[in-house]
Ligand binder design. Structure first.
Ligand SMILES: *Cc1c(COP(=O)(O)O)cnc(C)c1O
Length: 398
């Protein structure tokens, strides 16, 4: 039988991407996620992870995961609302709430589900969302799932958000103002003090996605709210356990009633199994380390300043980054991917990012330094970045 393949349009699309130079293969990580990692059979300086503090393979996290796994098993056995709420989950939530100086916290399976599950739970078709144009995909999906009306404001433009909320102020329905704390593709920071003022002016809910800021910004890595001294003025804070915390998961911080509401209506919380105990235990160990070893965050920022300064001096266009995420602006997606491939051949792993992750014409190679990169590794990376850029005319393009 030679039936027609109804999925042949996928094959055609893949071929089109190959021709456009934007077809992506998955790189295979063959070691732990370390500053120098083994990828596709070679040792490369890793500028492509979110393992900001080097916790992903920290002995204390590994030990905690192994111990909890031996004691409580490999899996939790159920969703949270049936029988999958273990003591470790509740302990982790109490720990995060304390860390963030908020009343309560609920953990989701990922930052992605925390965003998509929360926005869709608290809003409905009669409500309004005012969202930064560069907000993360999981926020966008949550907004769409809520069926609320979505208005997008230009990136970091609090005055534009104000104007939109002013227009909406006569209309019925709840208003949500939502932003990333640190933007994942640009490394810049939301103008949170201004946005909080705007939200308060119109009685809107203020929601902040701090995935890239938790463990990075603020005292002991408490995030953007702490960085700007805005405790008590952001109603919903999202964090991830998958980046600086080094494990997997996401969480929502806010009032006890917000958290209990999500117990009832957060669909990923209700319909998807809770974390394995080993993951929860490793996350707990990570929060201990954040408070016990502040020098990790210091090292992250020392490396960040050093790396950025040298990139600038070499003549790279690095956008408006203020954090360990530093994009090297290239322009066309095919050029960004070609630069990334050439860097890999010379021993640096840094991802090429193009449309639809970023706007057309704003393709880039994204670099992320961590606390655990040595100066020697950063110097070697800078040397390779510059040498390859000169060869490919990236510096001229910038
Ligand atoms: C990475 C990221 C997420 C998703 O977090 P995961 O825990 O990896 O699912 C959500 N929001 C932002 C801004 C992110 O950068």
């Amino acid at each position: 039988m030679s039936a027609v393949n109804p999925l042949s349009y996928l094959t055609e699309q893949l071929q089109a991407w190959r021709e456009a130079g934007t077809y992506q293969t998955l790189r295979e990580l063959q070691s732990a996620c370390e500053p120098v990692a083994r990828v596709d059979g070679r040792e490369v300086i890793n500028l492509a992870s979110n393992n900001y503090l080097g916790l992903a393979d920290h002995p204390k996290l590994i030990e905690a995961a192994v111990e909890a796994t031996r004691k409580y098993g490999a899996g939790s056995g159920a969703v949270r609302t049936i029988s999958g709420t273990m003591s470790l989950h509740l302990e982790l939530e109490r720990r995060i709430a304390e860390f963030k100086h908020v009343e309560a916290c609920v953990v989701f399976q990922s930052g992605f589900t925390a965003n998509s599950g929360t926005v869709s739970a608290i809003l409905g078709p009669d409500d309004h969302i005012v969202s930064d144009e560069l907000n993360h995909a999981s926020i966008i999906d949550g907004c769409r799932l809520s069926k609320a009306k979505i208005k997008v404001f230009p990136h970091r433009d609090a005055a534009a958000a104000d104007a939109i909320l002013s227009e909406l102020s006569g209309l019925p329905g709840r208003k949500l103002l939502i932003t990333d704390g640190v933007f994942s593709m640009d490394g810049d920071i939301a103008p949170l003090p201004e946005l909080v003022d705007v939200a308060e002016r119109y009685g809107a809910i203020m929601m902040l996605d701090d995935a890239h800021a938790s463990g990075v910004l603020g005292g002991a890595g408490r995030g953007t709210v702490d960085h700007f001294g805005l405790h008590g003025r952001v109603h919903i804070q999202v964090g991830t356990l998958s980046k600086a915390i080094g494990c997997l998961g996401g969480y929502i911080c806010g009032s006890r009633d917000l958290v209990e509401f999500l117990y009832h209506r957060g669909r990923p919380f209700l319909f998807s199994t809770s974390h394995p105990p080993g993951v929860a235990a490793a996350c707990l160990a990570a929060f201990d380390l954040l408070e016990q070893e502040p020098e990790r965050i210091q090292a992250l920022w020392d490396n960040t300043r050093y790396f950025k300064k040298n990139l600038c001096e070499a003549g790279f266009a690095t956008g408006s980054s203020e954090t360990p995420i530093t994009p090297i602006m290239v322009g066309e997606a095919a050029a960004a991917h070609a630069y990334s491939r050439a860097l890999f051949d010379e021993g640096v792993l840094a991802t090429g990012i193009g449309f639809p992750t970023v706007a057309k014409g704003k393709a880039r190679v994204r670099t992320i330094v961590t606390a655990t990169h040595t100066r020697d590794q950063l110097d070697r990376a800078l040397d390779i970045l510059t040498r390859v850029a000169k060869r490919l005319d990236i510096l001229a393009a910038a």
